[in-house]
Design a binder for this molecule. Structure first.
Ligand code: HEM
Ligand code: HEM
Length: 250
């Protein structure tokens, strides 16, 4: 798991006392290790489908908030906003079902599959590793740590920026959907309570909209960090989310 940094040729800086130690031990002691299988197929497939769904949701959501100029003629001849909303709702379902599947895999998958679902915020050494990563990203240190799973900073962002926001988007999204599906629909019965809780419908629209920009900030930083780490870091990154294997450069 990401919490344990392995320093080849030296002692392990074992941060947490769980399966992480096994990962670090493998990397630190066996110089012959070429790769570690980290992300299982369901995690990888989910990652790319989820990324695609969020792209569609962000583009269509933007146009729902700022609709295109009026088309000439009958709206029903074009149905532009209808298609945009349909694409939004369809990918909303993909996002929500994918999230449920991902939660299931966190339970049955390997320990890396659980990393984005909790952050060891009470462990001092975790914050030390986060700080080390901040310095590395700010070009203040010359040698980054090596992590088998997510690095500690990435893990923080994936939990606090990605996961919590996505749950928020699903809950507010289905609350808004429930308005169209009307009273008695399952969307309204399960999520209808969100609207009075947040004020009224327009408040939910506004927060749902802001959630999109928060996710977009995460995505920009995430993609930058993934590519930067692939080039400058000590292990594979982007290919790891494709093949599942982490390979080490040194
Ligand atoms: C909408 C766009 C995206 C979202 C929301 C997103 C979200 C995530 C999340 C939640 C994870 C954690 C995976 C897990 O442990 O289950 C992750 C990992 C990862 N993502 Fe993305 N991602 C997006 C796009 C991309 C793109 C375009 C790339 C490639 C440049 C990428 C590369 C990676 C890599 C390499 C990892 C694994 C990082 C590591 O090994 O620590 N992602 N992403
Ligand atoms: C990452 C996920 C999502 C993003 C980025 C996103 C983005 C947006 C944005 C920007 C709006 C326009 C808000 C406004 O200004 O009024 C919107 C509206 C809406 N979204 Fe989402 N959304 C997401 C997920 C979902 C989900 C999971 C659902 C559930 C089906 C959903 C259902 C809706 C509905 C019903 C509306 C209102 C449509 C209307 O008033 O015509 N969204 N979304």
């Amino acid at each position: 798991m990401s919490l344990t940094r392995a320093t080849p040729g030296k002692q392990i800086n074992a941060a947490v006392v769980d399966e992480a130690a096994a990962d670090a031990l493998a990397v630190a002691q066996a110089s012959s290790i070429k790769s570690v299988y980290v992300y299982e197929a369901p995690v990888r497939i989910w990652h790319w489908i989820n990324a695609l769904a969020i792209m569609v949701l962000a583009v269509t959501g933007y146009f729902i908030g700022s609709p295109l100029p009026t088309m000439p003629g009958e709206a029903s001849d074009h149905f532009v906003m209808g298609y945009i909303r349909f694409a939004h709702f369809a990918s909303g379902y993909v996002l929500a079902v994918g999230l449920l599947g991902r939660i299931y895999w966190a339970v049955v998958g390997n320990h890396h599959a659980r990393e984005i679902f909790w952050v060891p915020i009470f462990q001092r050494v975790y914050w030390q590793l986060v700080w080390d990563m901040c310095k590395w990203y700010a070009f203040l240190s010359t040698r980054p740590g090596r992590f088998v799973g997510h690095n500690p900073l990435a893990r923080f962002a994936m939990f606090f920026m990605y996961l919590l926001t996505t749950i928020f988007m699903v809950v507010t999204g289905f609350a808004l959907y429930g308005e169209g599906a009307q009273m008695g629909s399952w969307q309204e019965r399960f999520f209808g309570w969100v609207i009075p809780l947040m004020g009224q419908s327009q408040d939910v629209h506004t927060w749902h909209h802001l959630g999109m920009w928060w996710l977009i900030i995460f995505i920009i930083v995430h993609v930058y960090a993934a590519i930067r780490e692939d080039i400058m870091g000590r292990s594979s990154v982007v290919s790891t989310m494709i093949s599942g294997h982490r390979t080490f450069k040194d």
